[in-house]
Design a protein around this ligand. Structure first.
Ligand code: ATP
Ligand code: MG
Ligand code: MG
Length: 395
């Protein structure tokens, strides 16, 4: 194992700046390293230090993470408004790259776990969606693809209402136009274009975002797939369509899943996937298998509309509350449809999604038509709804 052995009160030192960090607790364990809660002896406050495994590929990947978060923080979000974790320091301690971040709270997976088998209230989901979208707008402006959006990589930053969340873990992120890896995204949140080995862009993050929002509502992953084949099958069944022919025509792995019959594509029986990345395929699979499972994943291959409309209402809801929530659920489905669009060209951008009635609280009268993307700079004021009377407190 290439992890550094950390114990309470051991000290991580930045030899250049002489800053010292005293390990107090473990916050998490990821593929790339461990994250420890540390006491910064200089500033006298707690921070989170990600201690990367002593492995050349992970070290290089860690430096990319530092560069990307640093750029996002300084150049694109100097006032810390757009829900991206703050990087504070980085150094090498005993051959391990250490990255210091602001200390955050629990991740969204831990937040929904105790609620199982139910998810969060629509009110909270709307609030979280808006915050994640703001981070996604900034990332898109910076030309950054996160490549690993999932509930474990979204953290609550304060436990007081209204809840503030932040996107973390840019350890798999890359620049748009420099997408060198083909095996990315955690399986449940993997987009159809990545799965099929097609070229991709920032739209893959919007797919993962859609999966996360559905999971926050359902309390369990929307596509709890056990293999890539299972994932594709679930996508097709749940969304009622298969990826567009244009995607299937150009994707490298199409023939692992589909047969070309006449002028159309039909899904084949289970295929074998090949892949490469910073992580080997085995490492990736091991990581997938370590993802904590919540309860029994009962639903399987159900249409998205039915899944959400028929999801049990909370027992303590009045008739009026149920009536209101049924309207919001229609808005949620319409919102998810634009994110879980199988054609990446037609999938909504973060800015387009920010204008959706599910976010703005406006009444959805017909399927939402996103505004065309002409503006370069985000104008959050137009769509930031601090107090949204339309939402009430429907649990
Ligand atoms: P992955 O396997 O997802 O690639 P990783 O090795 O890249 O993980 P991170 O996702 O950065 O590591 O961190 C692992 C876990 O540590 C997170 O899911 C989170 O629970 C915890 N964590 C990370 N950063 C912080 C922070 N700033 N404050 C509090 N907890 C954190
Ligand atoms: Mg992570
Ligand atoms: Mg990571």
């Amino acid at each position: 194992n290439s992890d550094l052995i950390l114990y309470t009160d051991c000290v991580l030192v930045n030899l250049e700046s002489k800053r010292r960090y005293v390990v107090k607790d473990m916050l998490g364990q990821g593929t790339f390293g461990q994250v420890a809660k540390c006491w910064n002896m200089e500033t006298k406050n707690y921070v989170a230090v990600k201690v990367i495994k002593n492995h050349p590929a992970y070290y290089r990947q860690g430096l990319i993470e530092v560069a990307i978060v640093d750029m996002l923080n300084q150049k694109f979000d100097p006032d810390d408004q757009y829900h991206i974790v703050r990087i504070l320091d980085h150094f090498v301690h005993q051959n391990h790259l250490c990255i210091t971040f602001e200390l955050l709270g629990s991740n969204l997976f831990e937040l929904i776990k105790p609620k199982h088998p139910r998810g969060l209230s629509l009110n909270n989901i709307q609030m979280f969606s808006q915050q994640i979208l703001q981070a996604l707008v900034v990332m898109k402006d910076a030309g950054i693809i996160h490549c690993d959006l999932k509930p474990e990589n979204i953290l609550v930053s304060s436990s007081v209402q209204p809840l503030i969340i932040k996107v973390i873990d840019f350890g798999s992120a890359c620049l748009e136009g420099k997408t060198c890896y083909t095996y990315i995204q955690s399986r449940h949140y993997r987009s159809p274009e990545v799965l099929l080995g097609h070229q991709y862009n920032a739209a893959i993050d919007m797919w993962s975002f859609g999966c996360i929002i559905a999971e926050l509502f359902l309390g369990v992953p929307l596509f709890p797939a056990v293999s890539e084949y299972d994932l594709l099958k679930r996508m097709i069944e749940t969304l009622g369509a298969q990826p567009p022919d244009s995607l299937l025509r150009d994707a490298k792995k199409t023939n692992q899943f589909f047969k070309h019959v006449g002028s159309t594509y039909c899904m084949e029986s289970e295929g074998v996937t090949t892949a490469f990345r910073v992580l080997t395929e085995e490492e990736y699979e091991e990581r997938e298998s370590k993802r904590p499972a919540i309860g029994k994943l009962k639903f399987k291959y159900v249409k998205l509309e039915d899944l959400i409309a028929n999801y049990p209402y909370s027992k303590n809801m009045s008739k009026e509350e149920i009536r209101k929530e049924s309207f919001s659920r229609v808005a949620l489905v319409d919102f998810l449809r634009g994110l879980l669009e199988l054609d990446p060209e037609r999938r909504w951008s973060p800015l387009q999604a920010l204008h959706h009635p599910f976010i703005t609280g406006e009444l959805l009268t017909c399927p939402y038509e996103p505004p065309s993307e002409t503006r370069r700079k985000p104008i959050f004021d137009a769509v930031t709804v601090d107090h949204n009377p339309g939402w009430g407190h429907w649990l």
